[in-house]
Design a protein around this ligand. Structure first.
Ligand code: FMN
Length: 343
């Protein structure tokens, strides 16, 4: 099947139609620039941002808002539980220079549910209607919503929810093909994304367990989606967008052999350069948890970094792992010992 190579999202033309998923603790400036270096991503994202706290965040200091000029187009995801927070949150996003806004209607995390946001909102369509209507009123930016399939597979309920979102002015709908309670180990219901695609006229982006060129191809064939969103695999293999863009969307990106140590080093350096010291180690650990899966003995890398109490210790342990398990490329990536220090 020939897929469209451009996704029209409000005023944005996204090419290729490959989107980075919002992921708390992962989708920040360091990961975004690492992905940009590899190429192939059409739309970047922040992690979820509390709409109530956003107006008070300083974009030069907040780890959630720090970004470089290259990170564009960038969508900001709002975690929101009432329409009352919309006006100030939108005002702030306009000042910051957001390229698009996404509403989080699918996060199943218990603490998010407790705060009245995320997937819980799918059970409150009237509240969501008010939130979306307010969001539409207060911004002209491209506006998207990200949903799961709900509490149970209920066609009527999901249909009316998606049509309501479209009717209130959502420009693009991302569907993570799992129910609220389904863990990642469960195969996603891509066939339900197909249904959503048939119900609405706005572009639909498919999400859930796309982790290779072949799964991307299968997901597109099943869903007929207008684009794909990739989460965990973006942290394990930041070059996945480039690989899919080349194969499925005929993007003319050069084929380069990936040096895992060099990718890791780029990510760690970006963290060290842009984030306050107390915000670096946790983010390195979170990324390493995913990235380590590239190695047969990756659990050693993950546990070594996990057990570190400073950023430099973690980085040095990672460098030692790479030198042992990937000596050729690691030597080039970590040339001088002094470069192992970010103090
Ligand atoms: C560590 C982590 C954090 C996440 N944080 C968010 C978030 O902030 N907002 C959101 O809408 N979804 C969040 N998600 C869900 C992802 O955006 C995505 O829907 C999910 O991981 C499925 O895609 P994947 O199989 O490509 O990872 C998170 C997922 C993970 C693994």
């Amino acid at each position: 099947m020939q897929q469209g190579t451009t996704l029209f999202f409000g005023t944005l033309a996204i090419q290729p139609p490959l989107l980075l998923a919002p992921m708390a603790g992962l989708t920040h400036s360091a990961l975004r620039t690492t992905i940009l270096q590899c190429g192939g991503v059409g739309l970047l994202s922040t992690e979820m941002l509390s709409a109530s706290r956003l107006p008070a965040e300083n974009e030069q200091l907040s780890p959630y808002l720090i970004r470089t000029k290259e990170e564009r187009p960038l969508s900001y995801q709002l975690l929101i539980s009432t329409e009352l927070h919309i006006p100030k949150a939108m005002e702030r996003l306009h000042v910051i220079g957001a390229d698009a806004v996404d509403l989080n209607l699918g996060c199943p995390a218990p603490q998010v549910r407790k705060a009245g946001g995320g997937a819980l909102l799918m059970e409150e369509p009237q509240l969501v209607r008010r939130i979306v209507a307010a969001a539409r009123r207060y911004t002209c930016l491209p506006l998207s919503a990200k949903i799961r399939l709900g509490e149970t597979l209920n066609q009527e309920k999901l249909h009316s929810f998606c049509r309501m979102l479209e009717g209130e002015g959502i420009d693009l709908l991302t569907v993570h093909g799992r129910l609220r309670s389904e863990p990642f180990a469960r195969k996603p219901h891509w066939d339900w994304i197909t249904k959503v695609k048939e119900w609405v006229k706005i572009p639909v982006v498919a999400n859930g367990s796309i982790d290779s060129v072949s799964s991307a191809r299968t997901c597109l064939a099943i869903t007929g989606a207008d684009g794909l969103m990739i989460g965990r695999q973006a942290a394990r293999a930041p070059w996945i967008f480039a690989a899919i863009a080349r194969d499925l969307y005929q993007a003319s990106l050069p084929e380069v052999s990936v040096s895992l140590p060099a990718v890791y080093r780029h990510f760690a350096r970006a963290l060290a350069d842009r984030f306050p010291p107390e915000r670096q180690l946790g983010r390195l650990k979170e990324f390493t948890h995913h990235f380590a899966k590239n190695y047969p003995f990756g659990h050693h890398l993950a546990s070594q970094v996990q057990a570190s109490s400073t950023f430099n210790e973690a980085y040095e342990r990672a460098a030692a792992f790479f030198l042992q398990h990937d000596p050729g490329t690691a030597a080039a990536a970590f040339r001088a010992t002094s470069e192992n220090h970010f103090a």
